[in-house]
Ligand binder design. Structure first.
Ligand code: DGL
Length: 277
């Protein structure tokens, strides 16, 4: 048994979209989360910058006793996974792209037309296509970068025409030209606009990496005998700029969870000056 928290991080609030799935499957597990809200978005930055930021954050999570690092960010998973694994040889470091690629290969056939949307850095890395093709070379895969989604989502501009128009700007031609029928939300912020996408493109089957990674967390903890037992460890959410939106999003996630299971969820928020890491 291992009651230390699981460390999650993202450039902002996107990685929070993994948490409800984790709590459904492994309700005893506790979380230490870092959202780099002061420096988001990562997806339009140079890989060397993303590498510096993600190394700092992973160091911080490990210094706080995380038993595992979950890179709840496609951009960091696409660009820095190998280095983070080398940096922390003693704890599991999980990327979010491999489990999503596995879900694509498991559930799609050659008759599917698979679209991957993500940040500029994720799409430029080609990581999704590479990992999916390793499992099935025959699948048809098309990728598109949608760099304006993350800043809008971080601002909470979601349920309105601006977001709908932005979605159409990136996806109308892309989805029509390639006759997409299966869409991978290749950025952890994107599940927050899933209702918009489903409304605009009702025919798509959607694959959500924020959900798929939970299978990987489960099997890794099981393999290493690291599941938490009942415990009163707090869930702690750090942000480099504790925005109203970030706190609201966490409240929403835990309010939903609390209604299912009242007592086990205690949450703390902390603002963390990035220079102090
Ligand atoms: N949630 C991050 C991802 O999955 C967003 C990246 C960004 O900050 O641009 O890629």
């Amino acid at each position: 048994m291992d009651n230390r928290p699981i460390g999650f991080f993202d450039s902002g609030l996107g990685g929070l979209t993994c948490i409800p799935h984790l709590m459904d499957v492994m309700p005893e597990e506790k979380i230490i989360y870092f959202g780099d809200t002061a420096r988001t978005p990562y997806g339009s930055k140079a890989v060397s910058t993303i590498r510096t930021f993600s190394g700092q954050i992973a160091d911080f999570l490990v210094s706080k006793g995380a038993k595992m690092i979950v890179i709840a960010c496609n951009t960091v998973s696409a660009t820095c996974l190998d280095e983070l694994r080398v940096r922390f040889p003693d704890i599991p470091v999980l990327g979010i792209i491999a489990p999503a690629a596995e879900a694509v290969a498991r559930t799609c056939s050659v008759s599917n037309r698979i679209g991957i949307i993500g940040t500029k850095a994720t799409i430029a890395s080609g990581a999704y296509t590479k990992l999916i093709k390793e499992k099935n070379r025959e699948l048809e895969i098309y990728e598109a970068a949608c760099p304006a989604f993350v800043p809008l989502i971080e601002e909470g501009i979601i349920t309105n025409d601006i977001m709908d128009l932005t979605i159409r700007h990136y996806m109308d031609a892309f989805s029509m030209e390639h006759r997409i029928d299966t869409l991978v939300l290749g950025c952890t912020h994107y599940p927050l606009i899933r209702p918009n996408i489903e409304r605009i493109y009702p025919g798509f089957r959607i694959i959500n990496p924020s959900e798929e990674i939970v299978n990987d967390i489960y099997s890794t903890l099981k393999e290493r005998d690291m599941f938490a037992g009942e415990n009163d460890v707090d869930n702690v959410f750090y942000a480099s700029d504790l925005s109203e939106n970030f706190v609201k999003m966490i409240d929403r996630i835990f309010d939903d969870t609390r209604s299912r299971d009242d007592t086990r969820v205690r949450v703390k928020f902390k603002n963390l000056d990035i220079d102090s890491i």
